[in-house]
Ligand binder design. Structure first.
Ligand code: PLP
Length: 427
């Protein structure tokens, strides 16, 4: 590309930012300094791994620390946001985020813990129906979790866990292949638990169609929404999903290791029969402090809570959810499609990088995954030479996620120029 062309495309990116129909609330986030290159601020594309800190978090945390200092144990009832039912503050915004009824969601624990709590209830292998289906490119924590659940039931994980693979030569699963598998082998499937957006390829699954087919086959359908929550609109209630869990430190910007979310469909809440791992926060708050030895679970996802929640860890989640609530997932998704579409359209000059994420905007979220020769080296050079923060999944995948809350078209321009410089391909 000539200097004139580079300047032309930079001007175009600046024009797109200036005329953005939904200017992002970037100023509400702390964008890290660039580790290298000519720009002061990083072009941050790792929000799918750890979202940026909202400026408001520090103030909210300060308030909780002050209330703890001032009120000590009285803070449970007298803090400005009383701790005893603090998690209630997150319920409505979390429900709107994932398309759920308020009583279907709860903020608790971490993602993998929630997947286990859900499987403790919903993975009930019996007779022929014993298998757990995941995708072959599942995040390792999910692989370990389902294998350990199989072992927990006395099953051989090699046989109980099925890993769905793309067709030879392809990178992502085809919905039709998942549906065909369920038609043929659904009678042996106890639990189907896929990622809503795949962490490696960025593929957005057709959650409505797959949930419908899984349930028609008699399986329980759960979704890991680590890369979907805050990235794409979700309709968990209408899709009839049995359960779902998600972390909040990726697109949801709630801080490292932040408290996760969990969804249990209305048809399961209030049913006293399913086996649950129980703790005192899973009993009805109206009778909790009677300290009865027998649990009285409420008719909500709260029945799966174990412990009183970490207030200092919930505060950033509350702050972050308020931003999503204000903008709305549908508007954010529209901006995300424009932004990611723009980045995808600019990748042509990086001939040493092959896009493995689907090109159809309806089949991906914000993330673009590129197959390159040496992902680690490329990611280090992107940061050091251009101030572009991406991440590597060794050996050969680089992930770039223009998070629509704070990334700009100019950030995408910087990433495209940097990739063209570092992964030019054979000339
Ligand atoms: C990020 C991620 C995790 C991480 O699990 P934690 O329990 O939050 O540490 C698990 N599964 C998927 C699919 C992920 O993307």
């Amino acid at each position: 590309m000539s200097l004139d062309e580079a300047a032309g495309s930079e001007n175009e990116a600046l024009r797109l930012d200036a005329s953005d129909p939904l200017p992002p609330p970037r100023a509400e986030f702390l964008v890290p300094p660039a580790p290298g290159g000519p720009h002061a601020e990083a072009a941050y594309f790792a929000g799918n791994s750890l979202g940026l800190q909202p400026r408001a978090v520090a103030g909210v945390l300060r308030e909780e620390l002050d209330d703890w200092a001032r009120l000590a144990v009285e803070g449970h009832t007298r803090a400005r946001r009383p701790w005893v039912d603090y998690h209630e503050l997150l319920r409505d915004p979390a429900a709107r985020l994932v398309g759920a009824l308020p009583r279907e969601v709860v903020a608790m624990n971490s993602l993998t813990v929630n997947l286990h709590l859900m499987m403790a209830t919903f993975y009930r292998p019996a007779g022929e129906r014993v298998r757990i289906v995941i995708e072959d490119s599942a995040f390792p924590s999910d692989s370990y979790a389902v294998a350990s659940q199989a072992v927990h039931h006395g099953l051989d994980p090699e046989r109980a866990v099925v890993r769905l693979t793309p067709r030879p030569g392809e990178d992502v699963l085809r919905t039709e292949d998942v549906l065909t598998f369920l038609e043929r082998e659904g009678g042996t499937v106890a639990l189907l638990m896929l990622g809503g957006v795949n962490y490696l390829t960025g593929q957005l699954m057709d959650m409505a169609a797959i949930t419908k087919a899984g349930r028609a086959a008699g399986a329980v359908v759960g979704w890991d929404l680590a890369h979907a929550a805050g990235n794409v609109p979700l309709r968990l209630h209408d899709w009839d999903v049995d359960f779902a869990a998600w972390c909040t430190y990726k697109y949801l910007n709630s801080g490292p290791g932040a408290v996760a979310g969990c969804f249990v469909h209305e048809r399961h809440v209030g049913d006293p029969s399913p086996p649950r791992l129980a703790g005192w926060w899973g009993t009805d708050p109206a009778v909790r402090f009677r300290m009865d030895p027998a649990i009285a679970p409420p008719a909500s996802a709260d029945a799966w809570q174990l412990s009183n929640p970490p207030i200092l860890a919930l505060a950033p989640v509350l702050t972050a959810l308020e931003i999503f609530d204000r903008i709305g997932m549908d508007a954010l998704r529209a901006r995300s499609e424009r932004l990611t579409g723009y980045l995808a359209s600019r990748l042509g000059a990086a001939r040493g990088a092959e896009l493995i994420t689907p090109r159809d905007p309806a089949a991906r979220g914000a993330q673009l995954s590129l197959r390159v020769a040496d992902a680690g080296a490329l990611v280090r050079a992107l940061a050091a030479r251009h101030g572009v923060i991406a991440d590597a999944r060794e050996p050969d995948v680089v992930r770039l996620a223009p998070a629509p809350l704070y990334c700009t078209f100019h950030d995408c321009h910087r990433a495209a120029e940097a990739l063209a410089d570092l992964a030019p391909g054979p000339s």
